[in-house]
Design a protein around this ligand. Structure first.
Ligand code: PRT
Ligand code: MG
Length: 214
């Protein structure tokens, strides 16, 4: 049996992936939330998990440091997907990528008038494509988190961020004005690993596929 490494981030991705791993007969021997280990052994001697930042998952898989990974579509769009095979939408960690503005801001009329908008976001590539498709001129300001703050302190007119319950927007007097795309997490596989380790990887892929909630 080939040894395989699966890259995951802790938090919601790990929580939502644990049942899928279980369906594939894989259980982590440590809990990443309480353990400080970055390499987790599993009940299967030939399968290990590595815990990385959500946005680093595609990079580990692209370079073959992990054979498989689980990453949000938001992260994959920004990465570009080079060297990655993306066979499965796992339908977990679902949310929506949205444009949001302060409650009092009339986004539609700003767009109609051809205003140039300052947009703060972690998702610069996705935002650039979205506004280019709409023909809206934007200045993109790259942030690494807490995008909701930017319009409140005059850094930006609008943000592009992920929204699930909408509570974070509401708490900061922002409103969602446009959906860019629905987001869910995907299984990604290193293309070379899939060929070389198909005997080990294919059963994991099949078990995940059968366990996905429609
Ligand atoms: O935290 P870190 O900087 O390491 O990375 P990360 O924030 O990208 O990772 P993590 O673990 O927070 O998210 C991993 C993945 O979960 C993301 O890449 C998404 O694909 C997915 N996901 C699903 C979400 C959300 N839902 C979500 N609501 N990721 C982030 N959020 C944030 C959002 O950015 C906003 O700040 O939650 C806030 C909004 O939530 P509501 O419920 O208030 O609307
Ligand atoms: Mg986070």
């Amino acid at each position: 049996m080939n040894d395989i490494t699966i890259a995951l981030s802790k938090g919601r991705i790990f929580e939502d992936t644990a049942p899928l791993l279980k369906a594939a007969g894989i259980t982590a021997l440590d809990d990443p939330e309480s353990s400080r280990k970055l390499i987790l052994s599993t009940n299967r001697a030939n399968v290990r998990l590595i815990i990385v930042r959500a946005s680093d998952v595609p990079t580990y898989v692209q370079y073959g440091a992990a054979d498989l990974g689980i990453a949000g579509k938001d992260v994959l769009q920004e990465h570009g997907g080079a060297g990655l095979y993306q066979p499965l939408d796992l339908n977990i960690a679902c949310c929506r990528m949205m444009v949001a503005v302060p409650e009092g801001f009339d986004y539609d009329s700003a767009v109609r008038q051809g205003a140039r908008l300052r947009i703060a976001t972690k998702y610069v590539q996705t935002a650039r494509e979205h506004f280019a498709d709409k023909g809206v001129h934007v200045d993109l300001i790259k942030l690494y988190g807490s995008m909701e703050l930017a319009p409140l302190v005059g850094l930006a007119d609008a943000i592009v961020d992920l929204v699930s319950s909408g509570n974070t927007l509401r708490a900061n007097h922002l409103k969602a004005v446009e959906e860019i795309m629905p987001i869910s997490a995907r299984l990604v596989i290193n293309q070379a690993a899939l060929k070389l380790k198909r005997d080990t990887i294919q059963p994991v892929l099949d078990a995940f596929s059968a366990a996905i909630k429609k």
